[in-house]
Design a binder for this molecule. Structure first.
Ligand code: NAD
Length: 334
Protein backbone atom coordinates (compact mmCIF):
# COMPACT_ATOMS: atom_id res chain seq x y z
CA UNK A 1 0.00 0.00 0.00
CA UNK A 2 1.45 3.39 -0.90
CA UNK A 3 1.43 6.41 1.43
CA UNK A 4 -1.56 8.07 -0.27
CA UNK A 5 -3.60 4.90 0.15
CA UNK A 6 -2.68 4.88 3.83
CA UNK A 7 -3.85 8.49 4.24
CA UNK A 8 -7.10 7.57 2.50
CA UNK A 9 -7.55 4.50 4.71
CA UNK A 10 -7.40 6.63 7.85
CA UNK A 11 -9.26 9.59 6.31
CA UNK A 12 -6.29 11.85 7.06
CA UNK A 13 -5.76 15.31 5.59
CA UNK A 14 -1.99 15.48 5.35
CA UNK A 15 1.37 14.20 6.46
CA UNK A 16 4.62 16.06 6.76
CA UNK A 17 8.01 14.39 7.01
CA UNK A 18 10.52 16.33 9.10
CA UNK A 19 14.18 15.57 8.61
CA UNK A 20 17.27 17.04 10.27
CA UNK A 21 20.00 14.54 9.52
CA UNK A 22 22.67 16.36 11.54
CA UNK A 23 20.59 15.82 14.68
CA UNK A 24 19.29 12.40 13.73
CA UNK A 25 15.72 13.71 13.57
CA UNK A 26 13.22 11.80 11.48
CA UNK A 27 9.68 12.70 12.41
CA UNK A 28 6.20 12.48 10.93
CA UNK A 29 3.57 15.12 11.59
CA UNK A 30 0.21 13.55 10.76
CA UNK A 31 -2.91 15.71 10.57
CA UNK A 32 -6.15 13.78 10.57
CA UNK A 33 -8.63 16.64 10.59
CA UNK A 34 -8.77 20.41 10.98
CA UNK A 35 -12.47 20.71 10.09
CA UNK A 36 -13.47 21.56 13.65
CA UNK A 37 -10.32 23.56 14.51
CA UNK A 38 -6.54 23.23 14.62
CA UNK A 39 -5.10 19.77 15.10
CA UNK A 40 -3.99 18.77 18.61
CA UNK A 41 -1.79 15.75 19.23
CA UNK A 42 1.15 14.67 21.33
CA UNK A 43 4.62 13.52 20.32
CA UNK A 44 5.30 9.77 20.41
CA UNK A 45 9.01 8.82 20.42
CA UNK A 46 9.57 5.18 19.61
CA UNK A 47 11.78 2.80 17.63
CA UNK A 48 9.99 1.67 14.49
CA UNK A 49 11.21 -1.16 12.30
CA UNK A 50 10.10 0.58 9.10
CA UNK A 51 8.91 3.97 7.90
CA UNK A 52 5.64 2.31 6.94
CA UNK A 53 5.13 1.17 10.57
CA UNK A 54 5.83 4.70 11.85
CA UNK A 55 3.47 6.28 9.31
CA UNK A 56 0.69 3.81 10.09
CA UNK A 57 1.06 4.47 13.81
CA UNK A 58 1.03 8.26 13.30
CA UNK A 59 -2.12 8.09 11.13
CA UNK A 60 -3.96 5.71 13.46
CA UNK A 61 -3.16 7.86 16.49
CA UNK A 62 -4.07 11.09 14.67
CA UNK A 63 -7.48 9.65 13.74
CA UNK A 64 -7.95 8.68 17.38
CA UNK A 65 -7.21 12.28 18.45
CA UNK A 66 -9.84 13.67 16.04
CA UNK A 67 -12.44 11.28 17.44
CA UNK A 68 -11.45 12.22 20.97
CA UNK A 69 -11.75 15.96 20.29
CA UNK A 70 -15.08 15.50 18.49
CA UNK A 71 -16.55 13.38 21.28
CA UNK A 72 -15.51 15.97 23.87
CA UNK A 73 -17.19 18.58 21.62
CA UNK A 74 -14.03 20.67 21.33
CA UNK A 75 -13.44 23.14 18.53
CA UNK A 76 -10.31 21.22 17.66
CA UNK A 77 -9.11 18.55 15.30
CA UNK A 78 -6.70 15.70 15.67
CA UNK A 79 -3.11 14.96 14.77
CA UNK A 80 -0.05 13.15 16.03
CA UNK A 81 3.70 13.45 15.78
CA UNK A 82 5.89 10.39 15.66
CA UNK A 83 9.63 10.72 16.25
CA UNK A 84 11.56 7.71 15.02
CA UNK A 85 13.95 6.85 17.83
CA UNK A 86 17.47 5.83 16.79
CA UNK A 87 21.00 5.88 18.15
CA UNK A 88 21.68 8.94 16.02
CA UNK A 89 18.90 10.98 17.67
CA UNK A 90 20.51 13.94 19.41
CA UNK A 91 17.49 14.47 21.63
CA UNK A 92 17.99 18.02 22.82
CA UNK A 93 18.75 19.60 19.46
CA UNK A 94 16.36 17.32 17.60
CA UNK A 95 13.39 18.38 19.72
CA UNK A 96 14.28 22.07 19.28
CA UNK A 97 14.34 21.47 15.50
CA UNK A 98 11.00 19.66 15.75
CA UNK A 99 9.59 22.68 17.61
CA UNK A 100 10.64 24.91 14.73
CA UNK A 101 8.95 22.59 12.25
CA UNK A 102 5.72 22.75 14.29
CA UNK A 103 6.02 26.53 14.36
CA UNK A 104 6.25 26.64 10.58
CA UNK A 105 2.77 25.09 10.43
CA UNK A 106 1.49 28.50 11.51
CA UNK A 107 -0.92 27.57 14.29
CA UNK A 108 -2.61 24.62 12.61
CA UNK A 109 -0.94 22.12 14.97
CA UNK A 110 -0.53 22.09 18.77
CA UNK A 111 1.39 19.42 20.56
CA UNK A 112 2.05 17.80 23.92
CA UNK A 113 3.17 14.60 25.60
CA UNK A 114 2.82 11.02 24.43
CA UNK A 115 4.54 7.69 25.00
CA UNK A 116 8.36 7.81 24.94
CA UNK A 117 8.56 11.61 25.17
CA UNK A 118 9.54 13.42 28.36
CA UNK A 119 8.74 16.80 29.88
CA UNK A 120 12.39 17.73 29.18
CA UNK A 121 11.82 16.96 25.49
CA UNK A 122 8.73 19.20 25.54
CA UNK A 123 10.75 22.03 27.08
CA UNK A 124 13.15 21.70 24.14
CA UNK A 125 10.22 21.73 21.70
CA UNK A 126 9.08 24.93 23.45
CA UNK A 127 12.39 26.56 22.46
CA UNK A 128 11.27 26.24 18.84
CA UNK A 129 7.55 26.96 19.19
CA UNK A 130 4.98 28.30 21.63
CA UNK A 131 2.51 25.74 20.28
CA UNK A 132 3.25 23.10 22.89
CA UNK A 133 1.63 22.36 26.25
CA UNK A 134 4.93 21.79 28.04
CA UNK A 135 3.62 22.44 31.56
CA UNK A 136 0.33 20.57 31.50
CA UNK A 137 0.08 17.75 34.06
CA UNK A 138 -1.11 15.18 31.50
CA UNK A 139 -1.36 12.28 33.97
CA UNK A 140 -3.48 14.21 36.45
CA UNK A 141 -5.80 15.66 33.79
CA UNK A 142 -6.31 12.24 32.21
CA UNK A 143 -6.94 10.57 35.57
CA UNK A 144 -9.50 13.21 36.46
CA UNK A 145 -11.30 12.47 33.19
CA UNK A 146 -11.36 8.76 34.04
CA UNK A 147 -12.96 9.60 37.39
CA UNK A 148 -15.64 11.63 35.58
CA UNK A 149 -16.25 8.70 33.20
CA UNK A 150 -16.53 6.22 36.08
CA UNK A 151 -19.00 8.47 37.91
CA UNK A 152 -21.13 8.93 34.79
CA UNK A 153 -21.16 5.16 34.14
CA UNK A 154 -22.35 4.43 37.68
CA UNK A 155 -25.03 7.12 37.34
CA UNK A 156 -26.11 5.41 34.12
CA UNK A 157 -26.53 2.22 36.17
CA UNK A 158 -28.46 4.20 38.80
CA UNK A 159 -25.78 3.43 41.38
CA UNK A 160 -24.28 6.93 41.71
CA UNK A 161 -21.09 7.79 43.58
CA UNK A 162 -17.72 6.14 44.04
CA UNK A 163 -17.84 5.83 47.83
CA UNK A 164 -17.68 2.16 48.79
CA UNK A 165 -17.25 0.98 45.19
CA UNK A 166 -14.39 -1.39 44.41
CA UNK A 167 -12.28 -0.17 41.49
CA UNK A 168 -9.40 -2.18 40.00
CA UNK A 169 -6.64 -0.11 38.37
CA UNK A 170 -4.36 -1.90 35.87
CA UNK A 171 -1.08 0.00 35.40
CA UNK A 172 0.30 2.57 37.83
CA UNK A 173 2.16 5.00 35.61
CA UNK A 174 1.48 8.71 35.42
CA UNK A 175 -2.29 8.18 34.95
CA UNK A 176 -2.94 5.02 37.01
CA UNK A 177 -1.18 6.26 40.13
CA UNK A 178 -3.06 9.59 40.05
CA UNK A 179 -6.29 7.71 39.49
CA UNK A 180 -5.61 5.45 42.48
CA UNK A 181 -5.08 8.57 44.62
CA UNK A 182 -8.30 10.19 43.38
CA UNK A 183 -10.34 7.03 43.90
CA UNK A 184 -8.97 6.59 47.41
CA UNK A 185 -9.83 10.26 48.05
CA UNK A 186 -13.41 9.51 46.93
CA UNK A 187 -13.51 6.63 49.47
CA UNK A 188 -13.58 3.88 46.89
CA UNK A 189 -11.89 0.56 47.69
CA UNK A 190 -8.94 0.43 45.31
CA UNK A 191 -7.20 -2.65 43.90
CA UNK A 192 -3.97 -2.06 41.96
CA UNK A 193 -1.63 -4.06 39.73
CA UNK A 194 1.52 -3.29 37.79
CA UNK A 195 4.11 -5.54 36.14
CA UNK A 196 6.61 -3.42 38.08
CA UNK A 197 6.04 -4.76 41.59
CA UNK A 198 7.80 -1.81 43.26
CA UNK A 199 5.33 0.55 41.61
CA UNK A 200 2.41 -1.55 42.81
CA UNK A 201 3.74 -1.71 46.38
CA UNK A 202 4.51 2.03 46.33
CA UNK A 203 0.99 2.84 45.12
CA UNK A 204 -0.47 0.64 47.84
CA UNK A 205 1.57 2.39 50.53
CA UNK A 206 0.62 5.86 49.23
CA UNK A 207 -3.10 5.26 48.68
CA UNK A 208 -4.04 2.39 50.97
CA UNK A 209 -4.91 0.25 47.93
CA UNK A 210 -4.65 -3.52 47.89
CA UNK A 211 -2.13 -5.09 45.48
CA UNK A 212 -3.33 -7.74 43.02
CA UNK A 213 -1.06 -9.82 40.76
CA UNK A 214 -0.85 -8.33 37.24
CA UNK A 215 -2.10 -11.58 35.73
CA UNK A 216 -5.21 -11.49 37.93
CA UNK A 217 -6.34 -7.86 37.82
CA UNK A 218 -8.61 -8.27 34.76
CA UNK A 219 -10.55 -11.09 36.37
CA UNK A 220 -10.78 -9.70 39.89
CA UNK A 221 -14.24 -9.20 41.37
CA UNK A 222 -14.93 -5.45 41.42
CA UNK A 223 -17.49 -2.80 40.51
CA UNK A 224 -15.25 -1.16 37.91
CA UNK A 225 -12.07 -1.89 36.03
CA UNK A 226 -9.78 0.93 34.87
CA UNK A 227 -7.27 -0.28 32.25
CA UNK A 228 -4.40 2.23 32.48
CA UNK A 229 -1.52 0.16 31.09
CA UNK A 230 -1.07 -0.73 27.42
CA UNK A 231 -3.69 -1.15 24.68
CA UNK A 232 -5.31 -4.44 23.68
CA UNK A 233 -6.02 -5.63 27.24
CA UNK A 234 -9.64 -6.51 26.44
CA UNK A 235 -9.28 -9.64 24.33
CA UNK A 236 -12.25 -11.93 23.76
CA UNK A 237 -10.73 -14.33 26.30
CA UNK A 238 -10.23 -11.56 28.89
CA UNK A 239 -13.81 -10.34 28.42
CA UNK A 240 -15.12 -13.81 29.25
CA UNK A 241 -13.39 -13.78 32.63
CA UNK A 242 -14.23 -10.20 33.66
CA UNK A 243 -16.09 -9.78 36.96
CA UNK A 244 -16.97 -6.07 36.84
CA UNK A 245 -19.97 -3.96 35.84
CA UNK A 246 -18.13 -0.97 34.40
CA UNK A 247 -14.91 -0.40 32.44
CA UNK A 248 -13.39 3.07 32.14
CA UNK A 249 -9.68 3.73 31.93
CA UNK A 250 -6.99 5.66 30.13
CA UNK A 251 -5.27 3.07 27.93
CA UNK A 252 -5.62 3.65 24.20
CA UNK A 253 -7.14 0.93 21.99
CA UNK A 254 -8.34 -1.19 24.90
CA UNK A 255 -10.52 -3.44 22.75
CA UNK A 256 -8.42 -6.10 21.05
CA UNK A 257 -11.14 -6.69 18.43
CA UNK A 258 -14.69 -5.67 17.43
CA UNK A 259 -15.75 -9.09 18.72
CA UNK A 260 -14.56 -8.06 22.20
CA UNK A 261 -16.87 -5.01 22.04
CA UNK A 262 -19.82 -7.22 21.14
CA UNK A 263 -18.95 -9.69 23.91
CA UNK A 264 -18.84 -6.89 26.51
CA UNK A 265 -22.21 -5.65 25.31
CA UNK A 266 -23.69 -9.15 25.42
CA UNK A 267 -22.45 -9.57 28.99
CA UNK A 268 -24.09 -6.27 30.03
CA UNK A 269 -20.78 -4.71 31.07
CA UNK A 270 -20.86 -0.94 30.64
CA UNK A 271 -17.80 -0.05 28.58
CA UNK A 272 -16.84 3.62 28.32
CA UNK A 273 -14.89 3.82 25.03
CA UNK A 274 -11.22 4.66 25.60
CA UNK A 275 -11.27 7.80 23.48
CA UNK A 276 -14.15 9.12 25.58
CA UNK A 277 -12.67 8.26 29.00
CA UNK A 278 -9.10 9.36 28.29
CA UNK A 279 -9.77 12.81 26.81
CA UNK A 280 -8.91 14.73 30.00
CA UNK A 281 -5.50 16.07 29.01
CA UNK A 282 -6.71 16.97 25.51
CA UNK A 283 -9.68 18.87 26.95
CA UNK A 284 -7.52 20.83 29.38
CA UNK A 285 -4.88 21.51 26.72
CA UNK A 286 -7.37 22.75 24.10
CA UNK A 287 -9.41 24.89 26.50
CA UNK A 288 -6.28 26.45 28.03
CA UNK A 289 -4.97 27.24 24.58
CA UNK A 290 -8.29 28.86 23.63
CA UNK A 291 -8.50 30.79 26.91
CA UNK A 292 -4.85 31.85 26.77
CA UNK A 293 -4.37 30.97 30.46
CA UNK A 294 -4.19 28.05 32.85
CA UNK A 295 -7.57 26.63 33.89
CA UNK A 296 -8.61 24.51 36.84
CA UNK A 297 -8.82 20.72 36.52
CA UNK A 298 -12.62 21.06 36.84
CA UNK A 299 -12.83 21.66 33.06
CA UNK A 300 -12.01 17.99 32.55
CA UNK A 301 -15.29 16.96 34.15
CA UNK A 302 -17.01 17.40 30.77
CA UNK A 303 -15.80 13.83 30.13
CA UNK A 304 -18.82 12.97 32.30
CA UNK A 305 -21.14 14.68 29.79
CA UNK A 306 -19.68 12.86 26.79
CA UNK A 307 -19.80 9.55 28.67
CA UNK A 308 -23.48 10.12 29.47
CA UNK A 309 -24.29 11.06 25.85
CA UNK A 310 -22.62 7.89 24.52
CA UNK A 311 -24.13 5.53 27.10
CA UNK A 312 -27.64 6.99 26.76
CA UNK A 313 -27.56 6.62 22.98
CA UNK A 314 -26.06 3.13 23.20
CA UNK A 315 -28.91 2.10 25.48
CA UNK A 316 -31.64 3.62 23.29
CA UNK A 317 -30.18 2.09 20.11
CA UNK A 318 -29.26 -1.23 21.74
CA UNK A 319 -25.72 -1.08 20.37
CA UNK A 320 -22.25 -1.26 21.98
CA UNK A 321 -21.00 2.14 23.26
CA UNK A 322 -17.79 1.80 21.22
CA UNK A 323 -19.82 1.66 17.98
CA UNK A 324 -22.00 4.57 19.07
CA UNK A 325 -19.01 6.72 20.08
CA UNK A 326 -17.37 6.18 16.71
CA UNK A 327 -20.60 7.09 14.94
CA UNK A 328 -20.97 10.32 16.97
CA UNK A 329 -17.36 11.23 16.15
CA UNK A 330 -17.90 10.64 12.43
CA UNK A 331 -21.15 12.65 12.46
CA UNK A 332 -19.40 15.58 14.09
CA UNK A 333 -16.41 15.37 11.75
CA UNK A 334 -18.57 15.15 8.60
P1 NAD B 1 3.02 5.00 31.82
O1 NAD B 1 3.99 4.43 30.86
O2 NAD B 1 3.45 6.11 32.72
O3 NAD B 1 2.46 3.81 32.75
C1 NAD B 1 2.05 2.57 32.29
C2 NAD B 1 2.16 1.59 33.45
O4 NAD B 1 1.56 0.37 33.09
C3 NAD B 1 3.61 1.28 33.86
O5 NAD B 1 3.75 1.42 35.25
C4 NAD B 1 3.80 -0.18 33.42
O6 NAD B 1 4.71 -0.89 34.24
C5 NAD B 1 2.38 -0.70 33.57
N1 NAD B 1 2.06 -1.91 32.81
C6 NAD B 1 2.41 -2.24 31.55
N2 NAD B 1 1.88 -3.42 31.18
C7 NAD B 1 1.16 -3.85 32.24
C8 NAD B 1 0.37 -4.99 32.50
N3 NAD B 1 0.19 -5.94 31.57
N4 NAD B 1 -0.23 -5.12 33.71
C9 NAD B 1 -0.08 -4.17 34.64
N5 NAD B 1 0.66 -3.05 34.47
C10 NAD B 1 1.28 -2.90 33.28
O7 NAD B 1 1.75 5.44 30.96
P2 NAD B 1 0.65 6.53 31.33
O8 NAD B 1 1.08 7.87 30.86
O9 NAD B 1 0.22 6.35 32.76
O10 NAD B 1 -0.54 6.09 30.37
C11 NAD B 1 -1.24 4.88 30.58
C12 NAD B 1 -2.08 4.56 29.37
O11 NAD B 1 -2.98 5.63 29.10
C13 NAD B 1 -1.26 4.38 28.07
O12 NAD B 1 -1.91 3.41 27.29
C14 NAD B 1 -1.38 5.74 27.40
O13 NAD B 1 -1.23 5.63 26.00
C15 NAD B 1 -2.79 6.14 27.78
N6 NAD B 1 -3.03 7.58 27.81
C16 NAD B 1 -2.27 8.38 28.59
C17 NAD B 1 -2.52 9.74 28.63
C18 NAD B 1 -1.69 10.66 29.50
O14 NAD B 1 -2.08 11.80 29.65
N7 NAD B 1 -0.60 10.21 30.09
C19 NAD B 1 -3.56 10.31 27.87
C20 NAD B 1 -4.35 9.44 27.08
C21 NAD B 1 -4.07 8.08 27.06
Amino acid sequence: MNSFDLLAQFGAESVQFVSDEARGLRAIIAVHSTRRGPAFGGIRTLSYSTLHAALTDALRLAQHMSYKAALADLRAGGGKIVVMKSERLDRRLAFIALGRAIDRLGGSFFTGLDVGTTYEDLEDVAKGTARVASHLDFGKATARGCVAALKAAFEHLEQPGLKGKTVAVQGLGSVGLELAHMLAGAQARVLVADIDDERAQGAARETGAQVVKPGEILAVSCDALAPCALGGALTLQAVKSLRCRVIAGSANNQLASPAAAKALHARGIVYVPDFVANAGALIKGVLEHQAGRELSFDVVDRVGDSTKAVLDRARSEGRPPSEVAERIALERLA
